[in-house]
Design a protein. Sequence first.
Length: 368
Amino acid sequence: MAHVELKNLGKVYEGSSFAVKGVNIEIRDKEFVVLVGPSGCGKSTTLRMIAGLEEITEGDLFIDGKRVNDVSPKDRDIAMVFQNYALYPHMTVYENMAFGLKLRKLPKPEIKTRVSDAAAILGLTNYLDRKPKALSGGERQRVAVGRAIVRKPKVFLFDEPLSNLDAKLRVQMRTEITKLHLKLEATMIYVTHDQTEAMTMGDRIVVMKDGFVKQVNTPLNLYNNPENKFVAGFIGSPAMNFIEGVIKQSNGLYFESTNKSLSIKLEDMHADKLKNHINKNVWFGIRPEDIHDLVDTSLQTSFYEFDAKLEVVEPMGNEAFLYFNLDGTQFIARVPARDVPRPQSVRKLKLNKNKIYFFDYETERTII
């Protein structure tokens, strides 16, 4: 497979600002890296520059140590799987998968072997004589993946390949792609706007916003140690709750929300890191799963407490999402399934002291 390196990679379209700026990513051999972010963040543009489908405005792209900025797509030894499958409707599954190999003038026996092997891996053996219109969305996507596999490329590129599938098929296909990565031991770069896909599939995740890379790390480290407010709010579902406020000093440090409805005296472990932010605005953050309205007494932790009005309850089967209002600020608690309270009641909530975050108001960099 291959080692891919992006050095200060940038893309600007004529008459507009940068779509991608200063991207530095090193993708190791056999690694599965996911580029994730909201629409327009530059993730697909970055992938297309790797593929050679977009011209690189600045910076360098290396594949196995070779600079490939000016190398044509067909000579980069990559294979790309697109969002819309891009299958030829008049060809059978076999012909679609074999088409690229025929263009390269491979011998017919080798083409047959490669297609058969890929079809067996993807469960397509019984579909080789069918045409795309006779296939489901998930089956068409497997054909598109199979067409990439037969190429035996150095790098596989995936551009939001599951976005056209329904929820159940998306779960199934992301599992199949993960298993495929393990089986092929391939270098894979995958683009998605779905953070659940990113968290469940990637060895490492590249979080992007407005053309810039905000953080690169493993899924668990991104979740537990976000470097900034954007990553903290983007990774995790439901998203992290944020409350604007000020750090004040009076018999120790405490956080007071802007609307003064929440006041929390900070523990020494938090106060020490916030001592340079006294009388400064900050963002307070906590994840929904770290807010409790009932607490198991066996939990070995301590809590900050406050009252809030319950507005909406969303039962999810094995858990429930509780939407609270704190003088105009909405936040969500994620609690185990049980007899949840009725909306419009005031509840005493408990925030896990070991799971809170603070972010600088101006830079949005993580303080705690």
